[in-house]
Design a protein around this ligand. Structure first.
Ligand SMILES: [Zn+2]
Length: 104
């Protein structure tokens, strides 16, 4: 492998870059979903390339089923589960996978 000049914190930078791309993607998903999906894909690639882990705040924008961008109100349905254990259910309208998250 060729030697690459090392940046100070490539991982932190990658996380920052992918976070920005994803923020941009989600902000325009309502207008241009196709473009937003491409950007989300790019953000995911950067993340995987640098082995960066997204927290829930970013991961929730990806469907666990088809690994694509899901934006509530655009291509995902959000439901709060009732009962003792409150769960947030994010249903992907593309593949139908229900992404669950226990709240609290
Ligand atoms: Zn999906």
């Amino acid at each position: 492998m060729p030697r690459v000049r090392r940046k100070r914190k490539p991982k932190a930078e990658a996380a920052e870059v992918s976070r920005r791309i994803l923020a941009l993607a989600t902000s325009r998903a309502g207008k241009n979903l196709r473009q937003a999906e491409e950007q989300a894909e790019l953000a995911r690639k950067v993340m995987l390339r640098f082995n960066v882990r997204f927290g829930w705040d970013l991961r929730r924008f990806y469907c666990h089923g088809c690994k694509k961008l899901i934006v509530p109100g655009v291509n995902a349905r959000v439901r709060i589960g009732s009962g003792k254990d409150k769960t947030l259910r994010l249903t992907c309208l593309r593949c139908g996978y229900v992404n669950r998250r226990v709240l609290g």
